[in-house]
Design a binder for this molecule. Sequence first.
Ligand code: ADP
Ligand code: TYD
Length: 223
Amino acid sequence: MNNNKSYQVKVNRGLFVTFEGGEGSGKSTQIDFLKKYLLNNNCNVICTREPGGTPEGEVIRKTLVSGDSGSWDPLSEALIFNGLRRQHINKIISPSLIDGNIVLCDRFIDSTIVYQGFAGSVNQSLLIELHKKFCYNLYPDLTFFFDLDPKLGLQRTKKRSINIKEDRFEKFGIDYHHKILKGYHQLTHNYKDRFVKIDGSQSIEKISKDIIFYLNIKLNQNA
Ligand code: ADP
Ligand code: TYD
């Protein structure tokens, strides 16, 4: 793949769907539901996540999501996320799309814009430029944003964190998590064409019905 060339997202490919939102907002739960639904409907589906997604990226993920909140500065983080994302696109996302799969990805570029940009004060134009230069300017076809009061989301992750020590970002204070939510609201406003806001406080069943509804609209548009 040539990094000077914008990736041709609409040509001969599957569908790229991302899931965004604060900690504990329900992204992974819905990816699991949707994967089962799509497989039952004979669709080819690939589930992946960031940070990570590739075997190499998963190793680096550990240092980013565990340990002290202050162990990385936001610009260093942004550069690492950019490198990991390039590898993820090269090895997983792009080949899967070219093979016609529906790719369900837990977090992508919007997480960098919100966490490192809005909350971490890294210049957002620089983040967009890095994405353009090194990540083929690849954007999702559809992004589900899980809108949930951070207090509720963090409460949900407390139960989960007993076993999983991936809580570095969760340990930032509540004001930080409110900034994250505000950042996602801004992106929802800026990218109306691909963002779908989901009320994350609804039941798991209602949310999965909403997601299937919006996904079907997108699939019909692309047919
Ligand atoms: P995320 O991937 O966004 O961090 P998860 O899907 O891991 O969130 O959900 C965090 C926790 O909240 C899990 O224990 C999950 O079972 C629970 N959960 C997910 N969605 C809902 C929901 N709509 N209502 C109540 N609990 C939920
Ligand atoms: P994840 O474990 O998916 O979070 P969640 O608790 O919502 O399941 O993601 C790990 C953390 O990485 C998450 O707190 C957000 C952060 N992150 C960034 O700060 N920037 C990025 O570009 C990405 C992809 C993730």
